[in-house]
Design a protein around this ligand. Structure first.
Ligand SMILES: [Zn+2]
Length: 387
C-alpha cells in the first residue's frame, strides 16, 4: 500500500430525501440517459456495419448540442450528464476491445434495459451540481435535501445520483481527503481466515462470524424462492423481485458494517497486519470447498482493511502463502495435516495450537522476515510450547 501525504481519493455516499416531484425528475433524467446510451450504441454499431467506420466518443459528443437544440427533453438534462453517458459507453467499448485483443471472449456491449441503468453523473463539481447549506443543488432540478451521516472531506470532483432498492443516493468522489492516522501501538500480528470463525490472529484472538449471517441467508433463500414461484411478467413477481432486492441490500450492508468495525478494531490495535496474498491463496485453497466459500466475504474484508489502513497510517502486508497451515510456527518442521485436522500438534517441538492460529503465526513470521523486521517472532515463538 502506497501512502500519499497529500491526501487520498475517497467517495462519500449519502441518502437523498427528494420530494415526489424531484423523484420523477430523477427518473426522467435516468430515462433520457439510458435512451441516449442505447442510441449512441446503435450509432456505433450501424456505422460499423454499413461503412466499417468507427465513431469516437468525441464525434458523438460533438453531436450533443444539435440533439439538445432539436429535442427539448434533452435540453432539460445538464450537458455534462449527457457527456458522461457517452464516456461510459466509450469505457465499455474500450474494455470490450481490450479483452478481444487479449484473446478473451467478451460479451458485446449491450443495450441497457430499464433495470440496468441506475445512475447519472455530473463530471465536474460546481458545474451543474454543488452543495449549499447542506442541500444538494442540481441545475434544472433544484434543491434536494440530504440525509447526512458524516461530512464530506477533501475536494469534491464528481457528483453521481444513483437509484437503489430503497431510494436515491448521492455520491461525492473527492480528492485530497486528509489522512486521519490512528495512534501507533508498536504491535504487529498475522491474521488468517478461519474455517468456522471469521478470522484468527497470531495472538490467538478469534473474531466470530456474526450470528445474523445465517438468519439473513435463510431469509434471502425464502425471498428467492418466492420470486421463482411467481409468473414471469406478473405484478406479483415484480413485487417479489423488489423485496428480494431489498433483502440483498440489507445483507450487503450488514456485512459491510461488520467488515468496517472489524477492520477498525484491528487497525487500532496493530500497526502492521500480515495476511496471505489472495491471488496465490485461491489456487492453494480451491480444492477445499468450505474454505473457498468463506473466502468470498474474506476478499471483500481485505479490500476494506487495506483501504482503511492507508487512511489510518497503518500497514497491511500480503505474504505468499506456502504451507502456512502445515508448517510448525514453533520450529519450522512440516507437519502434514488434512483439512479436518483442527489442531496443530508438532512431534518435534511439542507445540500444540489451534490449526488456524498456527497458520496466522506463520503468516506473521513470514511477513516479518520479508520486511526484514528482526523477528520478534523468535522469542514469542517458543513461548506457547511451554504452555
Ligand atoms: Zn514444532
Amino acid at each position: 500500500m502506497e501512502q500519499h501525504t497529500s491526501g487520498l481519493r475517497k467517495t462519500f455516499k449519502e441518502k437523498l430525501r427528494p420530494t415526489p416531484v424531484q423523484e420523477r425528475q430523477f427518473e426522467a433524467v435516468l430515462w433520457r440517459c439510458r435512451t441516449l446510451y442505447n442510441t449512441a450504441l446503435e450509432q456505433r454499431i450501424t456505422a460499423w456495419e454499413r461503412c466499417h467506420v468507427s465513431v469516437s466518443r468525441y464525434q458523438q459528443e460533438a453531436e450533443l448540442k444539435g440533439l439538445q437544440a432539436e429535442l427539448p427533453e434533452y435540453a432539460a438534462v445538464h450537458s455534462h450528464v449527457l457527456q458522461d453517458v457517452l464516456a461510459r459507453l466509450d469505457t465499455t467499448y474500450q474494455a470490450f476491445f481490450r479483452r478481444l485483443t487479449n484473446g478473451e471472449k467478451p460479451g458485446f456491449p449491450r443495450f441497457q434495459g430499464r433495470n440496468r441503468y441506475h445512475s447519472f453523473t455530473y463530471k465536474e463539481y460546481g458545474n451543474g451540481a454543488r452543495l449549499e447549506n447542506g442541500y444538494l443543488i442540481l441545475s434544472k432540478i433544484g434543491r434536494i435535501a440530504v440525509h447526512w451521516s458524516r461530512p464530506v472531506e477533501g475536494t469534491p470532483k464528481t457528483v453521481t445520483i444513483s437509484k437503489e432498492a430503497d431510494g436515491w443516493y448521492v455520491h461525492f468522489s473527492c480528492t485530497e481527503v486528509p489522512i486521519q492516522p490512528l495512534p501507533q501501538t508498536g504491535q504487529e500480528t498475522g491474521i488468517d481466515v478461519g474455517l468456522k470463525v471469521f478470522l484468527i490472529t497470531a495472538d490467538g484472538e478469534i473474531i466470530e462470524n456474526p450470528r445474523h449471517y445465517r438468519t439473513a441467508e435463510r431469509r434471502l433463500q425464502k425471498a428467492q424462492r418466492r420470486v421463482s414461484r411467481r409468473k414471469t411478467g406478473s405484478k406479483r413477481r415484480t413485487k417479489a423481485v423488489h423485496l428480494l432486492k431489498r433483502k440483498h441490500q440489507k445483507v450487503r450492508r450488514q456485512r459491510q458494517d461488520f467488515h468496517h468495525k472489524t477492520a477498525l478494531y484491528l487497525l487500532s490495535t496493530y500497526d502492521t497486519l500480515y495476511l496471505e496474498d489472495l491471488r496465490v491463496a485461491n489456487m492453494v485453497r480451491n480444492p477445499h470447498l468450505a474454505k473457498s466459500i468463506s473466502d468470498a466475504g474474506w476478499a471483500a474484508f481485505r479490500t476494506i482493511l487495506a483501504c482503511k489502513a492507508v487512511y489510518a497510517g497503518k500497514r497491511v502486508v500480503a505474504v505468499p502463502p506456502a504451507f502456512t497451515s502445515q508448517d510448525c510456527s514453533g520450529c519450522d518442521e512440516r507437519v502434514p495435516k488434512s483439512l479436518s485436522v483442527r489442531t496443530h500438534v508438532c512431534p518435534s517441538c511439542g507445540l500444540v495450537l489451534d490449526r488456524d492460529e498456527n497458520a496466522a503465526r506463520n503468516i506473521q513470521w513470514l511477513g516479518q522476515r520479508l520486511r526484514g523486521v528482526p523477528a520478534v517472532a523468535g522469542a514469542m515463538n517458543r513461548e506457547p510450547a511451554a504452555l
